[in-house]
Design a binder for this molecule. Structure first.
Ligand code: FMN
Length: 210
């Protein structure tokens, strides 16, 4: 049986502790083939019925990238209007995407129409398709961090508009847009915590018993 030793387990925990949502990137390109390699690793993720419903769109086209940046700018300005007072002032100071600086742009979709997996496991819970794609996203996030590549999740976007900008097939549901590149700094604490937006709670808070 393939086994993993104590040193590996400690390294794995370090990887989990030091993975960050990254919005501040160095001005340095990613090596050729880096995104494709990370996507290959992401495809090792679990998926309902082995449906592999993830669809990765590498966005290189400058006009499409610019359109995504403009969509983010509009959605973020709109999001700000939902806050008032001190919370609004604080929101306005947050950096919530590194779209302009990141060398890598990746959009991820879930193909609800896929026949792969023959429907297994999604009869009563069709949303398992989206959950499966999120497992691939997290796999990619960790694999990237293991290569010192930072990734940031951008969700402050209009999904229908993003689907139009990227001209993807009907039936692909937008899961998220990701910035990838080398981080300016590393930390074992989330940026939102460091910015005073929210505190991370301890695991005990989330455990219930019945
Ligand atoms: C589903 C999802 C959507 C997110 N969307 C955004 C986003 O639009 N902008 C942003 O700055 N961070 C976004 N994040 C990152 C979270 O803010 C971040 O994961 C959280 O603050 C914890 O920080 P950490 O990932 O560095 O541990 C998102 C994270 C997840 C899981």
């Amino acid at each position: 049986m393939k086994s993993f030793d104590e040193a590996f387990r400690a390294n794995l925990r370090d990887l989990l502790v030091w993975r960050r949502d990254v919005r501040r990137f160095r001005n340095e390109p990613l090596p050729d083939g880096a995104l494709e390699r990370l996507i290959e690793t992401a495809c090792l993720a679990p998926s309902v019925g082995l449906s592999q419903p993830w669809r990765f769109v590498i966005v290189d086209d400058p006009a499409r990238r610019q359109a995504v940046i403009e969509d983010f700018t509009a959605c973020n300005a709109d999001a700000l209007t939902a806050y008032a007072g001190e919370r609004a002032a604080r929101y306005a100071t947050l950096k919530l995407a590194g779209l302009k600086e990141a060398p890598g742009h990746l959009a991820v979709f879930a193909d609800r129409g896929t026949e792969q997996g023959h429907g297994l496991g999604r009869r009563t819970m069709p949303e398992m398709i989206e959950y499966s794609v999120v497992t691939a996203v997290y796999t990619l996030w960790l694999a990237a961090r293991a290569e010192e590549i930072g990734m940031g999740w951008v969700s402050i976007l209009d999904p229908a508009h993003i689907r139009r900008i990227l001209d993807v097939p009907e039936g692909w549901r937008f899961i998220g847009y990701f910035c990838l590149g080398y981080p300016q700094a590393e930390s074992d604490a989330p940026e939102l915590e460091r910015a005073g937006w929210e505190k991370r709670s301890c695991a005990q808070t989330f455990i219930y018993r019945r």
